[in-house]
Design a protein around this ligand. Structure first.
Ligand code: HXC
Length: 264
């Protein structure tokens, strides 16, 4: 499928492993500023990879200069309250990422600002290039983060640093982002996509149901209290003993061989 603001690619796995779906934000002249057209396409591309039985993991990336420099300020400038409220601005197409059940890795180089930072945080984990810069500069525009920034950032980096970033609009570089727990790893700029694809390929080598359920359970930690979360995890853990892949994974370990998962 051809998109106006995205590039998509299916990278086949080795040895029959599931493939990786790559989505690249592509509005280079606007530093991948996120307008409705791009977000509609992103929702469509993610849903298509999620529904594709041959895909095990998705990598979302941008350019060397920008993952995304935020929501499109030019588009937002003339909006009034009724436009954003009745038009369900942000809700309508941004919530699509939350529906994706397979892992989504954000591979971030350059600016990830405002909605760009929020988009990266809405992915399952972030691999950052040394050039990455994260920020929530909406306060400079007379608004606040609107796609989860005031909620996901404090959960990732704690209240003090989140307040600092949201209230002063300062950017956080990749090293600070790693120290603060916002990103899972920092890699040399030229290695970003390779490292993200290697992580994705590793995930694609595991049993898809267990990967999806692991994602579901970690996300549950952000939605519920500890007792409910542990109880949910236990139920899902028990359920995995009904899969063929649990038998295969454990038999392969005992037989000192590589498991041949069927994703069932
Ligand atoms: C629209 C944008 C843009 C944006 C950059 N551009 N960010 N257009 N929306 N968010 C455009 C510029 O207007 C410019 O177009 C071109 O991209 C290159 O940007 P420059 O500013 O010339 O580049 P540079 O000097 O390198 O500065 C990069 C930058 C700066 C620091 C990222 O562009 C910047 O501060 N951008 C705005 C960042 C921001 O405020 N993001 C939050 C948006 S609000 P021309 O045509 O002039 O060449 C938001 C709300 C979230 O995200 C709500 C939920 C989604």
């Amino acid at each position: 499928m051809d998109y106006e603001n995205l590039l998509t690619e299916r990278r086949s796995g080795a040895d029959g492993a599931l493939a990786v779906g790559i989505v690249t934000l592509h509005r280079p002249k606007q530093l991948n500023a996120l307008n409705d057209g791009l977000m509609d396409e992103l929702g469509h591309a993610l849903a298509a990879f999620d529904a594709d039985e041959g895909i095990g993991c998705i990598v979302l990336t941008g350019s060397d200069k920008a993952f995304a420099a935020g929501a499109d300020i030019g588009a937002m400038a003339s909006y009034g309250y009724m436009d954003v409220y009745l038009g369900q601005y942000i809700t309508r197409n941004w919530e699509a990422l939350r529906e994706v059940r397979k892992p989504v890795i954000a591979a971030v180089a350059g600016f990830a600002l405002g909605g760009g930072c929020e988009l990266a945080m809405a992915c399952d984990f972030i691999i950052a290039a040394e050039s990455a810069k994260f920020g929530q500069p909406e306060i400079k525009l007379g608004i606040i983060p609107g796609a989860g920034g005031t909620q996901r950032l404090p959960r990732a980096v704690g209240k003090s640093k989140a307040m600092d970033m949201v209230l002063t609009a300062r950017m956080m570089d990749a090293a600070e982002a790693e120290r603060a727990g916002l990103v899972s790893r920092v890699v040399p700029n030229e290695r970003l996509l390779d490292e993200a694809l290697a992580a994705a390929a590793m995930i694609c080598g595991y049993s898809l149901p267990s990967v999806m359920m692991a994602k579901q359970c970690v996300n549950r930690a952000f939605e519920t209290g500890l007792a409910d979360g542990v109880s949910h995890e236990r139920s899902v853990f028990h359920a995995l003993f009904a899969t063929e892949d649990q038998k295969e994974g454990m038999a392969a370990f005992a037989g000192k061989r590589k498991p041949a998962f069927k994703h069932r």
